[in-house]
Design a binder for this molecule. Structure first.
Ligand code: PLP
Length: 384
């Protein structure tokens, strides 16, 4: 057997290498995984089971069940004032498939895609896999990892076609302000770009409000809004994502998926229809829990020698600065795993601007987080 040349040098990302190492170890306090520790709510599970008994066991409509698409529209209108039609909604196998199909539909070979650092690593691989060229835009911690116009202008070229946005952001927890989004919108208009706006953490904003990029003037027709139920509804294993965007794009994404996944599984869609309409109070409760865990963990980090951690804005990640410890983020993360059995991700896994930081997922109980903080405090040599 000879693998295709383009995959012969495929290596696991920094994130995947850490996940693989943890799998082989026991007793790890795992703060590396971006998955809520809560199980899916039982009423959502019951809805899927009832749908199976009612006969929803056949192929789904390729773009999604109409009632599921309508529930997506209702949720985004109710929570975020984003109006859309069911035809503009593509039901995908997780948020990752939304990005993959959109890039497949949009990119010509050699087209460039702007990625705002620090970024979710699969984006870069997806751009390359679809014939494009990833162009990272550096950002700075002192600006809350928000992009600056001059950096975007320096990286953009006549070959740039797409900008990938992610707010609330993984790994930084950054939530872009309206002023920042407006500046990006002007830039997008000036350079005639299309935006893939990954808003999968829309339900987890602790200060202010989530603003969908597509609601900015002129951006509706230039944006595919990407969402999903993995984080908001604790449904990672159900693999439900969706794209809301211009119909010509969702139509082509549907056609591409017809020779790939052939739609999203029926039971997950029926569970989604129910979940999007019925869980608002539970979303609020979980936001409160994540928020207080993050605050408690950030307080502990800020008390540690050589560590500082910015205030919590969104998602469920902290992205502390560890530069004063003198270790690189890779060294820190791997030594912490080996010596203290605490798993976090090195910031360098998310692009150059992530160096000197760690990504800590507050997706464990407060008790586990505090035990991990005890171990990390001992690792860095105690309190300030
Ligand atoms: N986008 C971001 C920023 C993420 O952090 C993740 C998951 O960690 C995803 C997309 C993909 O989520 P899913 O494919 O589970 O919907």
């Amino acid at each position: 057997m000879k693998l295709a040349a383009r995959y012969q040098n495929l290596r696991p990302s920094g994130m995947v290498r850490m996940f693989q190492a943890i799998e082989k170890m026991e007793g790890v306090l795992n703060l590396s995984i971006g998955e809520p520790d809560f199980d899916t709510e039982p009423d959502i599970i019951d809805t899927a089971a009832a749908a199976a008994h009612a006969g929803f066991t056949h192929y789904p409509p390729l773009q999604g069940f109409r009632d599921t698409q309508e529930a997506v529209c209702r949720y985004w209108e109710r929570h975020h004032n984003l109006s859309s039609h069911p035809e503009e909604v593509y039901m995908a196998v997780g948020g990752v498939q939304v990005a993959h199909l959109a890039l497949a539909a949009l990119l010509e070979p050699g087209d460039e895609v702007l990625l705002l650092e620090p970024y979710f690593p699969p984006y870069a691989a997806q751009v390359v896999g679809n014939g494009g060229v990833p162009k990272p835009v550096p950002t700075k911690e002192e600006n809350g990892f928000a992009p600056e116009l001059e950096d975007m202008e320096r990286v953009v070229s006549s070959r740039t076609k797409v900008l990938i946005l992610n707010s609330p952001g993984n790994p930084s927890g950054r939530v872009m302000t309206r002023a920042c989004l407006e500046e990006i919108a002007n830039f997008v208009e000036k350079h005639d770009l299309f935006v893939l706006s990954d808003e999968i953490y829309e339900a987890l904003v602790y200060q202010g409000k989530h603003i969908p990029f597509a609601t900015l003037p002129g951006m509706r027709e230039r944006t595919l809004t990407m969402g999903g139920l993995s984080k908001s509804h604790c449904m990672t294993g159900w693999r439900v994502g969706f794209g809301i965007g211009p119909e010509p794009l969702t139509r082509v994404m549907t056609l591409i998926s017809s020779h790939q996944t052939y739609g999203l599984n029926t039971l997950a869609q029926k569970a989604t229809t129910y979940a999007l309409d019925s869980q608002d109070e539970k979303l609020d409760a979980r936001r409160g829990i994540f928020g207080s865990r993050m605050k408690a963990t950030a307080d502990r980090l800020n008390a540690m020698k050589g560590v500082s951690c910015a205030a919590v804005e969104g998602a469920f990640y902290l992205f502390p600065n560890i530069k004063e410890t003198g270790m690189s983020s890779e060294d820190f993360a791997w030594k912490l795993l080996e010596s203290a059995h605490v798993a976090v991700l090195p910031g360098s896994a998310f692009g150059l601007s992530g160096e000197g930081h760690l990504r800590i997922a507050c997706t464990q109980s407060e008790d586990t987080l505090m035990k991990a903080m005890d171990a990390m405090e001992a690792f860095v040599g105690g309190k300030k």
